[in-house]
Each structure stands twice: as C-alpha cells, then as structure tokens.
Design a protein around this ligand. Structure first.
Ligand code: PGA
Length: 244
C-alpha cells in the first residue's frame, strides 16, 4: 500500500484521473468500479473537462458502480445511480447503458448481488477499483465487522454512515436509508489495482487510523488494502493533517 500526498483535492482528482486513464489505455475493454460521495466530485469535474477524444475512449470501459442504497421508496434523484448518471455519465457523453449498477429498489437483493458478481466476472474481473473511505474506515458500504472475504451483498448502515449521507436526502436522517447493497470487501480486493481517495480535514481520523494499523482488521475495513499488491492511497495534505 503506497501513499501519494497532493497539495489539494483538485490535485488528488488529477492524480486519480491520470491513473484511471492509464488503465483505460492499457486494455481493450477494462472494467473499472467507481464510487459515489463528496470525495470523488472533483474527479468527475475533471473528467468533464477532458477532450472529446479522451471522453470517447471511456466508452470502451465496463463501468461498475461500487455500491447503492437499498430502499424501496427512494427518490431516483437520491440514488447513487442518479449521482453517477448526472456527475459522470452525462459529463463524459456516455449513455446510461455504459454503467452497470445495483438496483436500490430490488425485491431480491441476494439475486441482484449474485448477478452483479457474475457481471463483474464476465467483464474479466475489475482492472481498477476507485474508492472513498468512510469516517469509520468503510470501503464501499462495508461497515466495520464485515467479513474480509465478503462478496457483493446487503449491509446495514451505521448511524455514522447514514449521517454522512443524509445530504442526499435533504439532510433528513429519517429519510436516509438504513441499508445498502455493495461490492464486498473480497470483491474489491479482487480488483487488480485499487486507488482510495481521501481529501479534507474530516478524513484526518480515518487516515490517521489507516496509517497506524500494522495489520488487517475487520474493525477497520480499509486496512485490508495493506494486503493488496497494488493499492494506492491518494490524499491531500488536509486529510493527512498537514498544514495547507
Ligand atoms: P464521502 O464518502 O466521499 O462522501 O466522504 C466516502 C465513503 O463513505 O466511502
């Protein structure tokens, strides 16, 4: 696991973008998992600024959403699918069919999860997983205590994660879903390369915990990256607790 510290969140986005484009150009039909959240917003903003030629090259990728809420009566505008449609697909001129995602409203989440694993496998496995990190160390929606070999499936959200996502539901915690469907820790670890983005002061405790861990523990899911052969933590100085 390697740390790469940039001056600002924009620099982290540019670093991530360069790494994504490297993967895009290194294979005919790569598979890449993308996160939702505040952290990757600058990445998608930078993607919107790419030339049309480079944007066209993104059509060759099998894009996968990392996770999704699970909530029967969710407004589409609050879903991670909508987030990635509006902030990623639209800005790089890709059609909705370019992104595989998990259904927020499925009646059969276990069937949905199994089918997702099959789609990832059919795509040849993930070449790259782009991640954020939760305040409790979660990756995807794999909360502390999730088995390290877990595959795509349903997770109950902690209060901390629900609070961190309430902005997607008009800051109304009562409307914020209590469960989610996410690629598992094992699914993420199967990616050939992983980049985890962390920016801003709010991530200082999470990054400090990650830095202090010597071994993998389910209590802090991101620690699993210690065991990955090609994992990169892209932080800005603020997330490292350094003066900016
Ligand atoms: P954030 O979420 O980018 O909105 O901080 C990250 C995460 O929960 O994985």
């Amino acid at each position: 696991m390697q740390y790469h510290v940039s001056a600002s969140a924009t620099d982290v986005a540019l670093d991530a973008l360069e790494r994504i484009l490297q993967v895009v150009s290194s294979s005919k039909r790569p598979a890449i998992a993308l996160p939702t959240g505040k952290t990757p917003m600058p990445l998608y903003e930078q993607m919107a600024l790419l030339s049309n030629d480079v944007k066209a090259s993104l059509a060759a990728v099998n894009w996968f959403a990392l996770d999704e809420f699970l909530c029967k009566d969710i407004d589409h505008e609050s879903s991670f699918r909508y987030f990635l449609e509006s902030r990623f697909l639209r800005t790089v001129n890709l059609p909705p069919s370019a992104l595989c995602s998990l259904s927020a409203v499925t009646d059969a989440p276990d069937v949905e999860a199994k089918a997702y694993e099959e789609r990832i496998a059919a795509a040849g496995g993930l070449d790259l997983a782009v991640l954020g990190i939760g305040l409790n160390g979660h990756i995807g929606f794999n909360e502390p205590g999730t088995p390290l070999d877990s595959r795509t499936g349903v997770r109950q959200l902690t209060e901390k994660s629900r609070k961190a996502n309430a902005y997607l539901f008009g800051d109304d915690l009562d409307r914020t879903p209590t469960s989610a469907i996410t690629m598992g820790i094992g699914t993420i670890m199967s990616a050939r390369r992983i980049i985890l983005l962390a920016t801003g002061q709010s991530k200082v405790p999470a990054i400090a915990s990650l830095l202090s861990l010597q071994s993998v523990t389910p209590d802090f899911p991101a620690s699993v990256l210690l065991d990955h052969p090609d994992a990169h933590i892209l932080c800005d100085r603020a997330a490292m607790g350094l003066e900016v």
